[in-house]
Write a protein that binds this ligand. Structure first.
Ligand code: UT7
Length: 342
């Protein structure tokens, strides 16, 4: 699925006008994981690029993370009303109802449209696309899009292949109605999925499937499972092809790209994709060393941190890309706006 390219420059479009992120203060080092799992700091660093990650304290849920990030994004957008809240998450507070309405209420936005988007690590890009559509159609003028995950709440603490990677956090943006030729306008969005590979990344229990089959949940079914090596291969392929499609839709050459902000799945995946695209490594932004893989929060947290550090500046051409369970992936372009700091 793609949204059309920059055909009509003055056409109504969603423009990035606010940004914020929040990470829970508690951190876990590789050494702490190596003290209780059959792993090592050297393995985790060399295979993933991660040194430390933030994790929620007991009792802290996804909505708590989302509210913190949402407050910061709204403040950065100059406060004011929004017409909708879109929350991308794999770890809603409860299976039912969606978490977004509660987040909207706690942000003082009660009454607005609010819904969750479930696309695992691509959720934030899917959420941006949904918000972009609401604005382009004239349904909304300002939308708060949050990516938040308390990912450690579904990780098996004894599974070394996932426990060393996934972490918690939230990031958010405000999209405002503007025009397609403005800096900050959401560029062409490319989204895709492959449900035939839905078992590469899954939580088996908690949905309608087990109940429908009459099967009792097996021990461990409530945990997130990932077939890492296969996922890795598909991630590199899909991130590369979606990036190429988004660039082509925008009419950009690879040499035009100033910054790549990709879902922080694994430092080696980011490097492999950049190499295939012919994008110099120094144009890749990354925070995986200090943040880990925070699912739907990954891209907006990186955007907010990079903007605050001055690694994203007005006029730069930015490529966003994401890949994760579903399988689901996406890519989009934007030119960094003048006034957006995390
Ligand atoms: O965010 C959503 C999308 N997710 C991704 O895109 C993640 C994609 N996958 C990956 O990032 C990587 O596949 C992992 C980081 C998960 C694993 O790295 P890998 O280089 O693909 O390792 P592997 O799964 O091929 O395992 C290599 C070895 C295995 O041992 P044997 O069979 O060679 O004896 C694993 O059992 O490493 C072992 N291993 C570990 N060893 C120490 C797996 N996890 C660990 C660990 N510490 N934490």
């Amino acid at each position: 699925m793609t949204r059309a390219g920059h055909g009509a420059a003055g056409r109504r479009a969603a423009v990035l006008c606010g940004l914020g992120a929040w990470l829970p203060p508690n951190t876990v080092t590789n050494q702490a994981l190596a003290a209780r799992l059959d792993t090592s700091d050297a393995w985790i660093r060399s295979r993933t690029g991660i040194a430390v990650r933030h994790v929620v304290d007991p009792g802290m849920a996804t909505s708590d993370l989302a509210v913190q990030a949402g407050q910061r994004a709204l403040k950065s957008a100059g406060e004011g009303h929004v017409d909708a809240v879109v929350l991308a998450t794999t770890t809603p507070d409860r299976p039912c109802p969606a978490t977004a309405p509660e987040v909207a209420s706690r942000l003082g936005l009660g009454g607005v449209a609010a819904f969750d988007v479930s696309a695992v690590c691509s959720g934030f890009l899917y959420g941006l696309a949904a918000a972009d559509g609401l604005i382009a159609a004239g349904t909304a003028d300002r939308v708060l899009v949050i990516g938040a995950d308390a990912f450690t709440s579904i990780i098996d603490p004894n599974d070394r292949s996932t426990a060393v990677i996934f972490a918690d956090g939230a990031g958010a943006v405000v999209l405002c109605a503007g025009t397609l030729d403005e800096q900050g306008a959401i560029g062409p969005v490319v989204l895709g999925s492959d449900g035939e590979l839905s078992d590469l990344i899954e939580v088996r229990a908690g949905g309608s499937r087990q109940r429908a089959s009459g099967r009792q949940p097996q021990p461990g079914d409530e945990y997130f499972r990932m077939r890492g090596r296969d996922t890795y291969r598909h991630a590199v392929e899909r991130l590369t092809s979606a990036s190429r499609q988004a660039m082509a839709r925008a009419g950009w050459q690879m040499s035009d790209i100033d910054r790549v902000v990709s879902h922080q799945a694994n430092a080696r995946i980011l490097g492999a994709v950049a190499e295939r695209l012919g994008i110099p490594a120094e144009r890749l932004l990354s925070n995986i060393e200090h943040v880990g893989n925070t699912g739907a929060a990954s891209i907006p947290v990186l955007l907010a941190q990079a903007a605050e550090e001055g690694s994203l500046t007005a006029g730069q051409r930015v490529l966003l890309s994401a890949f994760g369970g579903g399988l689901a992936w996406g890519a989009m372009t934007l030119t960094w706006p003048r006034t957006c700091a995390g």
